[in-house]
Design a protein. Structure first.
Length: 226
């Protein structure tokens, strides 16, 4: 499914200007629902300037109204101007992240051996020769390769990784692993966000009464920092 050009900024605008559910916004923007939750509660790393998808010709108001009327409705992006896209060649990875590719490949090989080299190649943007070398431990830098989650490394999105794992599991006739992190993480995040809001409200009231010195205020803790 096509996604808006600036998904986080678009999500910020939709949160502020519509009554769409977080799940609808997450699906439309290609984000995790926790990312949308963070944007809504101003806990994202930076404050985002919203991007109006209607003015960008990516959504119509009629489509937004359909979504607001039915929480189960999935928004459909409006085809925008043709953009130059790479149609051939390996997936592009920024230079700063290319050194992380072997670690991401090693993680997939270790945790999801059912995923084919071809699928890994498309996901990470590398060659089958490199994957084979890591798989049989003949890679020139194998001693320094440490398996790391490619999503954490920024080499792919969680949706993309889940998709190839599910496809490989189906082809192999095994049950695809389910991500159980959402339920626990979501409840913990919401609880922490609620506590942060309550504390902020108490501090605002105390400050208004002149009872709290700004120098004594506890620093804001980022709920996403591990």
């Amino acid at each position: 499914m096509a996604q808006p050009l600036m998904p986080h900024a678009t999500a910020s605008w939709l949160v502020e200007n519509t009554a769409l559910t977080f799940q609808q916004i997450a699906d439309f923007c290609g984000l995790h629902i926790l990312e949308v939750q963070a944007i809504a509660d101003d806990t994202a790393g930076t404050r985002l300037t919203g991007r109006d998808p209607v003015r960008a010709h990516e959504l119509t108001m009629d489509e937004i109204e359909r979504g607001q009327a039915n929480p189960d409705y999935r928004l459909r992006i409006q085809k925008g101007p043709e953009q130059v896209r790479r149609t051939k060649g390996p997936r592009y990875t920024p230079v700063s992240k290319r050194q992380d590719k072997p670690d991401g490949i090693a993680w997939i090989i270790r945790n999801h051996p059912e995923v084919s080299d071809g699928a890994i190649s498309k996901l990470i943007g590398t060659t089958r020769t490199t994957i084979a070398a890591i798989r049989d431990r003949t890679h020139w830098n194998i001693a320094n390769i440490t398996p790391k989650d490619p999503v954490t490394l920024g080499l792919c999105s969680q949706r993309e990784l889940d998709a190839i794992v599910a496809k490989a599991a189906k082809a192999a006739g095994i049950e695809a692993p389910t991500d159980q992190r959402l339920a626990g993480d979501r409840e913990a995040l919401i609880e922490q966000l609620r506590a942060e809001r309550e504390r902020a409200a108490r501090e605002a009231e105390a400050a208004a009464r002149g009872e709290l010195d700004t120098a004594d205020r506890p620093a804001f803790e980022d709920p996403f920092r591990r």
